[in-house]
Structures are given as C-alpha cells and as structure tokens.
Ligand binder design. Structure first.
Ligand code: ADP
Length: 485
C-alpha cells in the first residue's frame, strides 16, 4: 500500500525514450520506490515512441490550446510504470532524439516544448486530472525546471516540490521576451525567480524555487557549490545549501544482471568468473580484435563529449599501444572525437575496435567482455556505466570526480591489504594521470589472483536502488509532513 504519491516530471524515461542516465533513473526509481510505500506517476511528452507504447489509452484531460495546438493527457502502464503522456503533436510528434532535430541542432521551439511539460506538471500537481492528487512534484533537469515556478506564481495550495539536477551543464536558457508567452507573470522575472543572466533560466528557476534540490551524488552536490564546478549556479546553490542533498543513483539489477543477461553469449556471476572469458572472446570477435585472452581489454561505453574526457584517452593511445592492451569503444557524439577513434581503429586493427552509434546490446557485451571500463570524465554527476562495470566485474578506471569518486574504491595498497578495492581512481583528469592509472591497472592484471579478488569485491558492491530509494522516500515524507503543518 502506498501512503505517498509522487508526480515525476521527466523529458525521457527508460525503456520508452533515452538519451542518457536521466532516462535510466526516471525508469528505475519509481519501481524502487514502490516497496517503500511510494506510488509514482511519470509525466512525459508523448513522443511517437511513447504513444506507440501506450496503445489506445483513454484521454484523461483535454486542453484546446497550449502554445499553438491542442493537448490531451494519455494514461497507461508500460513496463510497470504508471505513465501520463502529454499528447501535443505540434510539440512532440517528432522522431529521433527528443531535443535535437535532424540537422543536429536543438529544436527551435524547445523553450515551448519543455515549458509545456512543466506547466502541465503544475496543472496535474494541483488536481487537473481527477483522482490524481500528488503529495510531491519531482522535477528532473532543466526540461522540468519551470514546474516549481508555475506553482509558485500561481499561488494557492500546492504539493511539495523537489528539483533534481542530473547534469548542471544543461541549463535551458531562453530569451527574456518569452515570459508572457510562457504564461509567467512579470514578477517572476527577478533574481529570486526565473531570471538568469538577462534571460529565462529553466533549471535556475527550479533551483531557486523548489522546496528541495537533489543531485545524484554527495561529491557532485559539494562540487556544484564551488565556482569551479558550479557552472554559474554556485552562488545560488550556496545560498540554498541547506535544501541541497546528494543521493547516488543505482542501476536496475534486473536489466543489468550478468547471470541472466540475454545479450551475453555466456552468463556468469562472482562465483563463476571463468565464464567471463567466453564473453571476452565474443567481444574480441565482434570488434575485430585479436583473439588473445591475455591482452588486457579496456572498454568504453559513453557519449563522446568534452565532459567524458575521452580526448585524453585518444591522446594517450600512442603511448598505451606500447603495452599489451586492447580497446573496445562504443560511443557517439562530437564529430572530432568520432573521427579520431575511427582513425585509431583503422590504424590499429586487432588492437582497437570502435563502434560509433548507440547500441544497447553491445553496451552489455562490453561490460561483460572487457576486463576494465574507462571513465576519464572531467566532471560526472553520478555516472552509471561504472556501476554496471562493478556489477559485471569489469574493473572501473575512473577520474576522481563526482559520483565516480563516491562509487569506486581505489585499489591502493591499503585497500588491497584490506580487500576492499574495486577499481582504479586518478586525479586530476589529464592524459598523464590516465596513462599512469592504466599502467597501474596493467600491474594488477599481471597478478591474476589479486585481479580476481578485486573483481569479486567489485561485484559485491551495492549498486542497487535500495539505499537511494530509501533516501528519496525519507526526503519526500519529510517534505510532505513539513507542508502539512
Ligand atoms: P550520461 O547520462 O552523462 O550520458 P551516464 O553514465 O549517467 O552518462 O549514463 C549513460 C547511460 O547511457 C548508461 O546506461 C550507458 O550504458 C548508456 N550509453 C551511453 N552511451 C551509449 C551507447 N553509445 N550505446 C548504448 N548505451 C550507451
């Protein structure tokens, strides 16, 4: 039985639409909260993939015109998730990436598309759908950031609001002249409201006006209050530090389970690690790598952007190729990085295998077949790939930032003696330090009994949603009780 109802306002949700970790969180957290007695309804734009998944749902609520066209709310259950989808063809009936058009640029009307998400979130939060009376509106990232603003400036009773920052680099900044079009009053345009450097800041609005702010790791929560990590928001976040919490993400352990994963040629577990070798051989074959069991196979599954630090890896390759290493990389993003890795693969067949694109199945195969996973991010709010790597016994090699610092235990001498290491950390994120970390990893690889101990402690790490879900539940309940009194 649930005693608390959350309206989760999100621009993407696994398994319906996903560009990154946000979708994973949006899809997994509701399921993890259910045993905590918390019911979640997820409000999402009805992109074509969402509409198709819902089949023929009933329209719950109709609005004749919002930002140039009609809106209906469609309700249904998909993959155990209670979905409320905003069917507004003029805003969301577009295929592919939800934010970017076929020309690779952001859709020109993103300001309206995501103001609509936030505004309807505020409507539903205050009872526009019969039978739905959420206790909490939980807004995720800039796309939902205006929801606390709509609730604040409308006045009247409202549920508690939580704003989660999954990545502070994406802020949603739009021209000030849109204020009236968005349906926000003139008084909203001030430093304590939606104003942000002479424009309207969607994330800024949420950070300023939500009752609670969360982000996805304790280290990132601290980093974003500093000028170096705050991306222009640190002043505001310092003022709001009392309302800011860092709660780590988990991963869905049914989707990421090496013992049952349908994408793998051989299932394995911490007590059947030897079955991993078949996955390594399959990965080597798929990416054209030499079928060499003894070569240390490094994996990467990532967006290829400056944040992820993969330019450092590209620069380190000439030096690293002097050692008995292989690289299996899956990623997409910046053209220059894509071209750089493609060229490296062409120049070193059998040593470097690269697949450019998005491939869920290959992502699983890399986690299962690679010996280690590289995550050299310059900043990383939480990071999910290193959590998958821990669970699959691919030792993570990570920059000591954000959630990477919080989830991987460096296999230094003390950790090795205590048997607690789960990977390798390095700092600062630079080519030299990445190279040194990989050479330290190679030394561990040369000592196979130690390596296998590290793999087992990696696989013993708790990367589930249990503890994070309990923390969200505590936060929601405290906020609800505070607003009742
Ligand atoms: P971010 O959200 O910044 O991209 P995260 O590590 O939090 O990074 O989440 C990335 C998610 O996207 C993981 O589930 C990862 O497996 C997946 N992913 C990233 N790139 C690819 C890709 N090219 N193909 C398949 N899955 C990918």
């Amino acid at each position: 039985m649930s005693d608390l109802h959350v309206l989760s306002v999100v621009p993407e949700i696994y398994p319906l639409v996903k560009t990154g970790g946000l979708a994973d969180v949006a899809g997994a957290l509701p399921l993890a909260l259910a045993p905590e007695g918390i019911r979640t309804t997820s409000l999402v734009p009805a992109y074509p993939a969402v509409r198709a998944a819902l089949g023929q749902p009933q329209a719950e609520h109709v609005q004749p015109d919002l930002f140039g066209g009609p809106v209906r709310l469609l309700r249904g259950t998909v993959a155990g998730l209670d979905i409320l989808a905003i069917d507004a063809p003029h805003l969301y009936d577009r295929f592919g990436n939800p934010y970017v058009g076929p020309d690779g640029r952001d859709w020109g009307d993103n300001a309206l598309r995501f103001a609509a998400l936030a505004r309807i979130g505020a409507d539903v939060a205050t009872g526009s759908v019969p039978g739905l009376r959420p206790d909490i509106l939980h807004a995720h990232d800039w796309q939902a950031g205006l929801a606390p603003a709509y609730l604040t400036y409308r006045g009247g009773p409202r549920p508690g609001t939580v704003m989660t920052v999954h990545n502070l680099a994406f802020q949603g900044q739009f021209p000030a002249g849109l204020l009236g079009t968005l349906g926000l009053p003139a008084e909203a345009y001030n430093i304590g409201g939606v104003e942000y450097y002479q424009s309207i800041g969607y994330l800024k609005a949420g950070l300023a006006l939500a009752d609670r702010i969360t982000t996805v790791s304790p280290s990132y929560a601290a980093e974003i209050t500093t000028p170096e990590g705050g991306m222009g928001m640190d002043g505001l976040l310092r003022v709001r530090a009392h309302a800011l919490f860092g709660i780590l993400n988990g991963i869905d352990e049914t989707v990421w389970d090496p013992a049952t994963d349908p994408h793998l040629v051989a299932p394995f577990s911490r007590d059947r690690l030897e079955a991993r070798t078949a996955n390594k051989a399959a990965l080597q074959a798929r990416l054209g790598l030499a079928p060499d069991r003894r070569a240390l196979l490094l994996g990467v599954v990532s967006r290829l952007t400056w944040q992820k630090g993969l330019d450092l890896l590209l620069d380190a390759l000439p030096h690293l190729l002097g050692f008995d290493l292989q690289l299996a990389l899956l990623g997409s993003g910046d053209r220059a990085l894509e071209a750089g890795f493609a060229a490296a693969a062409a120049a070193h067949p059998g040593r470097i295998g690269v697949v450019l694109g998005y491939d869920e199945s290959l992502a699983h195969q890399i986690q299962a077949g690679a010996d280690a996973l590289l995550v050299p991010s310059r900043f990383e709010p939480c990071g999910l790939t290193q959590l998958c790597a821990l669970r699959y016994g691919a030792l993570p090699v990570v920059a000591r930032v954000g959630g990477l610092a919080d989830t991987v235990i460096d296999a230094n001498e003390a950790a090795l003696a205590a048997g607690t290491g789960t990977g390798v950390q390095f700092a600062p994120p630079s080519r030299e330090m990445l190279e040194a970390a990989i050479l330290r990893l190679a030394a561990l690889w040369a000592d196979q009994p130690t390596w296998q101990r590290l793999q087992r402690s990696a696989m013993d790490s708790d990367v589930s949603w249990r503890r994070p879900a309990a923390r969200y539940a505590t936060l929601y309940r405290a906020l609800r009780d505070e607003r009742r009194t």
